[in-house]
Design a binder for this molecule. Structure first.
Ligand code: ZN
Length: 202
């Protein structure tokens, strides 16, 4: 399958900044005074450009004994299945972002439930949060970021074709909790670097 050409290319983290967003001058990368990490600094206007992890927010929509998955129409992981989720926008809460992504990607009407998983992904500089969600009805209408959406029973989940490890981890935790008859709040961490690979801070 060939990915359709899109106006916005996908740039995985970490994002290296080359120019100052305040004045347009080239930046240099060094540790500022009174800091312990390398930052993008502008020697022209003095701006220090901090980068921090991003939040990905989404839901695990449930209809009876089935869960709703969307097949991605965009990179990364085009064609793979995911829970409806995306980057949190400025000015919204995590719950609002999760609901918005569910509406945009799956067109599903839901009642948002409790936060179910918060998964650290330090190697991607991200944190992924998934809320449980109850679907009002089995109807949905996938948006332009999804090729299709479908309800799956546990035995039919396409585990080999799940887009992201945070999604497969959340699904496995959900089915395990459902078997145990009690839903908890889970905070695993993926891709944590071993201490030997963490650069020493000065
Ligand atoms: Zn500048």
């Amino acid at each position: 399958m060939t990915a359709p050409l899109r106006a916005s290319a996908y740039f995985p983290a970490p994002r290296t900044q080359h120019f100052c967003s305040q004045c347009g001058s080239p930046v240099v990368h060094r540790v500022p005074d009174d800091d312990n990490r390398e930052r993008a600094l502008c020697d022209n206007c003095g701006a220090i450009h901090y980068q921090n992890p991003r939040m990905v927010v989404g839901t695990l929509p449930v209809w009876q004994d089935q869960v709703l998955l969307c097949r991605r129409a965009i990179e990364p992981r085009l064609g793979y299945w995911t829970l409806p989720a995306g980057f949190m926008e400025l000015g919204e809460t995590t719950a609002q972002g999760a609901e918005r992504e569910t509406r945009e990607e799956a067109g599903a009407r839901i009642d948002l439930g409790p936060l179910f998983s918060m998964i650290d992904v330090p190697m991607a500089d991200q944190v992924h949060l998934f809320y449980l969600a109850q679907m009002h009805d089995p109807d949905f209408d996938p948006g332009p970021e999804s090729l299709e959406a479908r309800l799956f029973r546990e035995q039919d989940i396409p585990w080999e074709d799940i887009a992201f490890r945070t999604v497969s981890t959340t699904l496995r935790l959900f089915f395990a909790d459902r078997r145990n008859g009690r839903f908890g709040m889970h905070t695993p961490s993926l891709d944590a670097p071993s201490p030997a690979t963490v650069p020493a801070s000065t």
